[in-house]
Write a protein that binds this ligand. Sequence first.
Ligand code: ATP
Ligand code: MG
Length: 218
Amino acid sequence: MATAATPAWAPSEVLHEGAEATVTAGFWMNKPSVLKLRRPRGYRHPDLDRMLTRQRMSVEARVLGRLQLIDFPSPSLHDLDIEGGWMVLSRLDGRPLCDALRDGSAGLDEVRSTGALIRRLHEAGFSHGDMTTHNILVDGSRCLSLIDFGLARISPELEHMGLDLQVLNECLTASHSEIGGAVEAMVEGYLEGGDGEFGAKEVVSRFEDIRGRVRYHG
Ligand SMILES: Nc1ncnc2c1ncn2[C@@H]1O[C@H](COP(=O)(O)OP(=O)(O)OP(=O)(O)O)[C@@H](O)[C@H]1O
Ligand SMILES: [Mg+2]
């Protein structure tokens, strides 16, 4: 049980009870934090499940550590126990972008900023792997941060970066279809500041290829 193994942890409320993880808010050494506890998936073989949990937690920890070094808006890692399947992260202000888009407190500006933030992530040498509006937090000053890096890649291929844009595109068209021009705003944000050394235009054109493939064969 994570709480017994982590005496520095004082839980307050459960924030999220998902299929893969339970996220509880609380205090870690008196700092506002969250405990993310991965739960076994019943339908998977226990060995495969343990392997996937370890893999996802270790990539998440490595990516978060590196993102802190470049001041990328994402949680900092306070502690983790890979065998126990838990990690403690700093608690970020804000709520998921999907909720803010739904109630109209966020709109095209935030979508454009999300495009720019994804570009910054890619330019730093990472892809996210699950770029939905659930994994983007927006705070009261409309600042954005990214969470949930268990499917991220370090030194991603063009395809992985194109897929980040495609996953967000699917999410925007499926869950937020009322916001006209959202996909264009995402791409606009991504291309802000020119092409860059890593080739932002190439990523966008891969995204367009993927989108075409999904449209005609998906
Ligand atoms: N550092 C954090 N600060 C504030 N809230 C957080 C933080 N990390 C996670 N949350 C909240 O918990 C939710 C789930 O976290 P996360 O996305 O990391 O888990 P998950 O892997 O998606 O879980 P599942 O796949 O089981 O749904 C987030 O959408 C967010 O609302
Ligand atoms: Mg998530």
